[in-house]
Ligand binder design. Structure first.
Ligand SMILES: Nc1ncnc2c1ncn2[C@@H]1O[C@H](COP(=O)(O)OP(=O)(O)OP(=O)(O)O)[C@@H](O)[C@H]1O
Length: 641
């Protein structure tokens, strides 16, 4: 059984706040002297950043200036915060208006000079250890921990190599396979799903990007059918996703789509690679994966390390299709590879597209023609929701806070509203409607209706802890529900007893029961008898839905499940609900970013209520996750590596 940390907890500094450390703070370095100790006390560095830096300095065997040590510690910090490197030009952002930090922090130019001269970058007399790499890029100098530089290099070189040639296929065969799967094209039909399939046939690597409900899974099922036809049937297809839950959902979606080849099975990326904790993956450079096509779903959640292992393991003559929404939250580990690939600039141009593949007239109407030619097809037509949600989501992505505020305040836009935290009557009424529907269906033993009710509404919080986090809002929802006449009065947030209508969140992967971290189920009566669990557990079952399929478990089979009355936005990734209530904290926080807000709003199919102030909402739209990486533009390294 494994536990995925993808719940927004992210460790003690998960809210991104920087506060000065007291001596009892576990992130404080005990013997903190020197400039690193000072930066630790100020809250900029964690103990881990300081300890790793001291170790690197010790191993390098030479004198390392304080300035270079600051650079090393900031590079460690950058990885801890999700970047693959330190963007040295952005040092002033770290200083902000903190006087203590400003007094000791070198300028970007001083830092770059000190690093270029340092044994950490150049190597010392005692050995070849050079733990840091200094590179230049269009975004200014970048400082890497060597391990991450190597991973990025591998991704760059494998993708560059794959871009330089194309599979040897006949365009007339492609046209007939695409017609067979999609039906004949209409005149001037600029159908991006169809274009994605045409490009997949002639590309070693294709990115299929798009927001929720734009038909990514639908398109992948058809791409696989096209590729299978071109291979004469029997193409070996590896379908994978970063988490167990995403893989299970992908499997359910693909199985329900008649277009997809029947034999495909979705697994986690780790399982595809035979990658167990603490060991190297079974498949890699010297032992390539057998598949002809490898599809990665929810690629936005894939870390750079996992992407580098995957690309190392695919055969050069296997197609790779990366699918996902680049605007969503990135991996909890370092890297935002999908967003980098979608927005980045390639060092080498792609091999020419075979003539006759794409209709020139059709392509002249495609807005992002350059993207298509680079092998990045972005689907834009929403098939699931429209109206206000799509407009608000688009404005959030553009960083257009004024439009977001106009839309949420516009009385004609009824599907997205902003409500004040002092006026929660509507939210309370939504919760009551949700709870009563859940309870009624569960007491009647109607699993399908109970699961429909469960997904009818969800409270999503940016934070896990605190009054405005999952902790506080779960209590609030429970208090509201306990006052309803149809609910048991002894409801509790952390109850271990089960009752009909209780929503549950699974917190760990469990192969035996086929449940995954993040799955939500509901306790229903089986018709046998009681409302609460008796010692044998008879009378109640926990039901789950996977695609079209329902399954039930005895409550005692679920070792890792907790009552769920609210959840973090991180954990809601990959799920959809009819209505969503997004709780913003009263004060803006570093965690509250454009990506987080976009992810929350796009979980809803029909309506969104945002609880918070216009100021905090606008600040969230303006705050972008800036993960530094060298995959966005060509980079150069002065030192031999
Ligand atoms: N061209 C199409 N014609 C008809 N229905 C479509 C088409 N494209 C997508 N759909 C339908 O739209 C819905 C959303 O599609 P799909 O699940 O593939 O989107 P998605 O981008 O994978 O969404 P998510 O990111 O939320 O998983 C599905 O019911 C799908 O069958």
């Amino acid at each position: 059984m494994t536990t995925n940390r993808h719940d927004g907890s992210g460790g003690p500094e998960a809210d991104g706040s920087r506060t000065a450390r007291t001596e009892f703070d576990p992130r404080a370095v005990v013997a903190h002297d020197g400039v690193l100790g000072l930066l630790n006390t100020s809250g900029l560095l964690d103990a881990a950043d300081v300890h790793v830096t001291r170790r690197l300095v010790h191993l390098s065997g030479g004198q390392v200036s304080e300035t270079a040590q600051i650079g090393a510690a900031l590079a460690v910090r950058a990885v801890r915060q999700g970047s693959t490197c330190l963007a040295i030009a952005r040092i002033p952002e770290l200083v902000a208006d903190d006087e203590a930090v400003s007094a000791v922090m070198p300028s970007s130019a001083e830092l770059e000079r000190a690093l270029a001269d340092s044994v950490l970058v150049r190597g010392g007399a005692t050995g070849p250890l050079r733990p840091l790499v200094l590179a230049t890029s269009d975004d200014g100098p970048l400082l890497y921990l060597r391990k991450y530089f190597r991973q990025e290099e591998l991704i760059r070189s494998v993708l560059g190599e794959r871009r330089s040639s194309r599979p040897d296929v006949d365009v007339t065969d492609v046209a007939s396979a695409v017609d067979a799967v999609f039906g004949p094209a209409g005149p001037g039909d600029a159908d991006l799903q169809r274009i994605a399939a045409q490009m997949a046939a002639v590309s070693w690597t294709l990115v299929v990007a798009g927001g929720p409900g734009t038909g990514k899974t639908y398109t992948v099922a058809r791409i696989l059918a096209v590729l299978d036809r071109l291979a004469g049937g029997g193409a070996r297809i590896g379908l994978c996703a970063p988490t167990g839950r995403a893989a299970a959902q992908l499997q359910a979606a693909v199985s329900a789509d008649d277009a997809a080849p029947r034999s495909v099975r979705a697994v986690t990326v780790h399982s595809l690679l035979g990658w167990r904790p603490g060991a190297a993956p079974r498949f890699g450079q010297g032992n390539k994966l057998p598949h002809d096509v490898v599809v990665v779903d929810e690629t936005s959640m894939l870390s750079m390390t996992a992407m580098s292992k995957l690309l190392d393991a695919v055969r050069p003559d296997a197609r790779v299709i990366l699918v996902g929404d680049p605007h969503q939250l990135a991996s909890v580990e370092a890297g935002a590879v999908l967003a980098d690939l979608v927005d980045g600039e390639d060092a080498t141009p792609p091999a020419p597209i075979p003539s006759g593949l794409l209709d020139d007239g059709v392509m002249s109407t495609v807005a992002d023609r350059d993207g298509v030619e680079r092998g990045v097809v972005t689907l834009r037509r929403g098939h699931r929701f429209g109206g206000g949600i799509a407009r608000v989501a688009a404005a959030i992505n553009r960083g257009d806070a004024d439009s977001v505020l106009d839309l949420v305040g516009d009385p004609t836009v009824t599907d997205v509203t902003l409500v004040s935290a002092d006026d929660l009557d509507d939210v309370r009424s939504d919760v009551a409607t949700w709870g009563s529907a859940l309870r009624a269906a569960a007491v009647a033993g109607d699993a399908s209706a109970a699961l429909d009710a469960l997904d009818g509404q969800r409270v999503l919080c940016a934070h896990r802890e605190g009054v405005w986090g999952v902790q506080g809002w779960s209590r609030r929802v429970v208090d509201w529900l306990a006052e309803l006449p149809d609910h048991p009065p002894n409801l509790s947030v952390d109850s271990t007893s089960r009752h009909a209508g209780q929503p549950l969140l699974v917190t760990a992967n469990d192969r035996q029961t086929g449940t995954f971290n993040g799955d939500c189920g509901v306790v229903v009566r089986t018709g046998l008898a009681s409302d609460t669990l008796d010692p044998e557990g008879d009378g109640l079952r926990v039901v789950f839905r996977r695609g079209e399929h329902l399954f039930e478990l005895h409550p005692t089979q679920l070792a890792d499940a907790v009552p769920m009355y609210a959840m973090t936005i991180h954990r809601s990734q990959g799920s959809q609900f009819d209505g969503v209530t997004v709780i913003l904290p009263p004060e803006g926080s570093e965690l509250l970013t454009r990506e987080l807000l976009y992810t929350a709003v796009t979980r809803a199919r029909q309506r969104v209520r945002i609880v918070g102030s216009p100021e905090v909402l606008a600040a969230a739209v303006a705050r972008r996750v800036q993960r530094a990486s060298g995959l966005r533009s060509p980079i150069r390294v002065a030192e031999p590596t």
